[in-house]
Design a protein around this ligand. Sequence first.
Ligand SMILES: [Zn+2]
Length: 153
Amino acid sequence: MTEEMDYGVFEVDQHITAHSRYYAGWMGSHFYIRLRDEKKIHGVRCESCAKVFWPPRSTCGRCFSQLTADDLVEIGPEGTVETFTRVDYEEPVHPRRAPLIYAVITLDGADTGMAHFLGEVDFDRIEIGMRVRPVFAEERKGHILDIAYFKPV
Ligand SMILES: [Zn+2]
């Protein structure tokens, strides 16, 4: 046995902050620009699967068909809460201060849901199936938080 093998695994607990930018791709760019400039939410329809996904993607996650700008469809703005959870603790990864509600929302015209925040809501009255609509941020930057949150209809 070598000397190195006499030691167990040594772990260092550290946190690294790494600011980065990435190209959202042409489909993602379309999504964020329309969201920022027009307050419109787009999904993408795969004809092969007859499903509408949001946010839009250039490749169908089910059948791998290449999707084009012709496949983009406006969805929402209203939608349905599919599931939700309440967060009562602070974590640096949360873009909002606790307590907060994360909900998976399927917008009208879409077949998939996406996680976002609920706001202007009584935490004790949230239900699966609740109808919600987006509240857009005053200052939009081409970011998913250009939708500040969803509130009950
Ligand atoms: Zn498909």
